[in-house]
Design a protein around this ligand. Structure first.
Ligand SMILES: [Zn+2]
Length: 262
């Protein structure tokens, strides 16, 4: 299946980054599994409405392992897949920036849930870097404000319950209907609309490969399910030599690319 794929779209989730020391949300040791209150505190409404929630968020960010995390072999496998010329897009639910750090081209990465590496002012819209804001926290500020207007800074990561950027979602949908293989890796496929991308890919005719430690609601429509650790399984999959185009019986056809229609 992997050898035969010519245009692969990947959908990745927290499970890709757990080997880098970043806890997931819904797994057995997940942030929200262990502390359901943390999920309720992750809404924009509670963040904007409560100074204590914001102070706690800044303390949590400053202590978060994401700032020291390094990519693991699962991230590097997707960078290798891109270099092989078969990656259509890398759609991720992760906000940690580790795909880019592993060598994936930023324009190939579709960050469904935004990025935790940036800040934006909710009052004037000024963008900034999370690193700069956290340096102010480490220097003693309990809530760094907007350098331009003094407004509230938030992370550019999408908060719980917040709608996704429509343009980002459009790019993700375009990529899943324009592949012959969708690889969903390290995602529980329980969060919409990200999970629905798997059904969309399948409807559009792509084969679906699910690589996840736990069962997902989409396992039934997958062509194959891989339960092995991603840091082992993904490099092995990507190392499989593709079938030579000259040996193929059928031309590439994707629903999303009219130039492949015959
Ligand atoms: Zn501002």
């Amino acid at each position: 299946m992997f050898a035969g794929a010519r245009r692969i779209t990947a959908l990745t989730g927290a499970g890709v980054s757990t080997a880098s020391g970043i806890p997931d949300y819904r797994g057995p040791a997940g942030v929200w599994t262990k502390d359901p209150a943390a999920q309720r505190m992750s809404t924009l409404e509670s963040y904007l409405g409560d100074l204590e929630v914001r102070r706690a968020a800044w303390r949590r960010r400053a202590a978060h392992p994401v700032w020291l995390a390094e990519p693991n072999p699962a991230h590097r496998a997707f960078a290798d897949l891109e270099r092989s010329g078969r990656l259509r897009a890398l759609v991720t639910q992760n906000v940690d920036g580790l795909h880019q750090k592993a060598g994936s081209t930023p324009s190939m990465v579709v960050e469904l849930h935004g990025s935790a590496t940036g800040t934006v002012c909710v009052d004037c819209g000024s963008p900034g870097s999370m690193r700069a804001a956290l340096e102010r926290v480490q220097a003693g500020e309990d809530e760094p404000d907007c350098p331009a207007c003094g407004g509230i800074l938030r992370s550019t990561a999408v908060l719980f319950g917040e709608p996704l950027d429509p343009e980002v979602l459009r790019r993700a949908r375009a990529a899943v209907v324009d592949c012959d293989l969708l690889v969903a890796a390290g995602t529980s496929l329980t969060v919409q609309p990200a999970a629905g991308l798997v059904g969309l890919a399948s409807t559009a005719g792509a084969a679906v490969l699910i690589c996840n430690a736990e069962p997902t609601p989409y396992d039934g429509l997958a062509t194959a399910v891989v339960r092995r650790p991603l840091a082992e399984a993904l490099p092995e999959l990507v190392a499989i030599a593709p079938i030579d185009d000259a040996e193929r019986a059928a031309p590439l056809t994707t629903w999303g690319d009219p130039s492949t229609w015959s």
